[in-house]
Design a protein. Sequence first.
Length: 268
Amino acid sequence: MNSATVRGATIGYDDVGPSTGLPVLLIHGHPFDRTLWAPQVTALTEAGHRVVTPDLRGYGRSGVTPGKVLLADFADDLAALLDHLGIERAVVGGVSMGGQITMEFQLRHPGRLRALVLSDTSAPAETAEGRLFRNRLADRLLVEGMDGYAHEVIGKMLADYNVTAMPDVAARVLEMMCATDPRGAAAALRGRAERPDYRDVLAGVEAPVLIVVGADDVYTPVAEAEAIRRLVPHATLAVIEKAGHLPGAEQPDRFNAVLLDFLAERVV
């Protein structure tokens, strides 16, 4: 792992693959870390791409900023990290909250994206009910820590049948969640509670877009992916069977095949 100080925070990241390869920046969701993308890093680097996987501020090996961290803060951190690495333009993608950070990146730094990858995410602004839920969950995590929450939601992060069918994957996902600093998780939840509506942003995207969703995702169902597809008519939509909210972890071979085909056919 490497680290860089950007915008007052220490950001841990991996940067692997040939320096001359197509740069691909992958953004994990909440409450995970950069190792969520391990299967994709292997496949992408074997195909000759350069892959940057950061730990978001407050997660993994990155420094914690208590209080509130907006999606805009994450997006600006990542733009600064690309500056640090000398990467002007990259394919930028993320899962769940990482997908919303990708949309925020498109809003704030549109000239720097060669393509977008949006996995298991949604575009509308947070609802009043959602704001209340996220702020209450932030309060809870600061008091209780991550373990109870992690075990409650593992059957939604993965398709419930995969928790037992894929014990190694479930254990890896649980480990990431439990290892997250509650202060970082809480700050991101409070910031995400204020997320804006990204539908107009997506409607104006001209770069290639890949939308991926697990067929059995209960957090952001296939209907959410289809709604994004209607906003971006030129986008490619792939539904990954036998997967929930984290298809890149649950069905890595299928996810990787879709991603590699997209990069080969749509990104120049």
